[in-house]
Design a protein around this ligand. Structure first.
Ligand SMILES: NC(=O)c1ccc[n+]([C@@H]2O[C@H](COP(=O)([O-])OP(=O)(O)OC[C@H]3O[C@@H](n4cnc5c(N)ncnc54)[C@H](O)[C@@H]3O)[C@@H](O)[C@H]2O)c1
Length: 249
């Protein structure tokens, strides 16, 4: 009988942006626990080094690369690191993201541009560089982290539009790169317990939980598990899709 499991993840080379903390860190731990080789990367050097050291001391095969995904030279360095060490990139997880929330009528062009720059341009640059390597081996997998609030959310016109853009970007990559053996999918988390959400007022958290079918916020590992699924052969016939991880929000 054929075997069904995540064994193919072992020895896969995975680059995860913004993996010094939060969802990215949990995703790095998830992949490493299945024996993958992981590139931990963040623009925050402290958390990048700390997470890399933690996983190394747990016996995982990881390297850390400090990189700001909005800078072409940083992205080039980031994607070259696994090529130099392991000769390939099997999977790219575009996870790094920021928020600069304010109501539309108060939003400054700078707040708009910064969020678009990190989420849309940063993801574009990482895909571009990684695909240059992936297409040579005619295999690869891209997971972009969108968000439930791509559907629109008060105070997040910059963020929701950037996260919606990732869906179009991903679907286009799926169409263009499928014949090269490269898949591209999105994960759209709902309301996840990380630094990004820890300033949300308690009352708002309670109101939000009432709207979530499972009546709790998500954990970073809830998202990590979905990313793992989309990067493994368990999802080998899925591309151009968006997997919602929101507890039924
Ligand atoms: N937490 C949530 O509820 C939630 C919901 C939906 C989507 N998301 C998305 O999930 C992803 C991870 O979010 P999180 O909650 O773990 O946030 P987080 O703030 O805990 O972690 C994000 C990490 O990205 C890094 N980063 C930011 N800008 C960067 C850049 N230009 N270059 C490199 N690294 C950069 C930060 O230093 C940080 O370590 C983001 O894309 C976020 O938009 C989060």
């Amino acid at each position: 009988m054929e075997k069904y499991n995540f064994e193919d993840i072992k020895d896969r080379v995975v680059v995860i942006t913004g993996s010094g903390r939060g969802i990215g860190k949990s995703t790095a731990e998830c992949f490493a626990s299945y024996g993958a080789k992981v590139v931990i990367s963040d623009m925050d050097a402290d958390v990048c080094e700390q997470t890399t050291a933690e996983l190394k001391s747990a016996g995982c095969d990881v390297i850390g690369v400090v990189a700001n995904i909005t800078k072409e030279e940083d992205v080039a360095k980031l994607m070259k690191a696994p090529i130099d060490k392991w000769g390939k990139i099997d999977c790219l997880v575009n996870n790094a993201g920021i928020t600069k929330d304010t109501l539309f009528i108060r939003m400054k062009l700078e707040q708009w541009r910064l969020v678009q720059e990190v989420i849309v341009t940063g993801t574009y640059l990482c895909c571009k560089e990684a695909v240059n390597y992936m297409r040579k081996l005619r295999t690869g997998n891209i997971i972009n982290i969108s968000s439930f609030v791509r559907n629109g959310n008060v105070g997040q016109v910059n963020y929701s539009s950037a996260k919606a853009a990732l869906i179009g970007l991903t679907r286009t990559l799926a169409k263009e790169l499928g014949s090269m053996g490269i898949r591209a999918n999105c994960v759209a988390p709902g309301f996840i317990e990380t630094r990004m959400t820890d300033t949300v007022p308690e009352k708002m958290v309670e109101d939000l939980k009432k709207m979530i079918s499972l009546k709790r916020m998500g954990l970073p590992k809830d998202v990590a598990n979905a990313i793992l699924f989309l990067s493994s052969d368990m999802s080998s016939y899925i591309t151009g899709e968006t997997l919602e991880v929101n507890g039924g929000l």
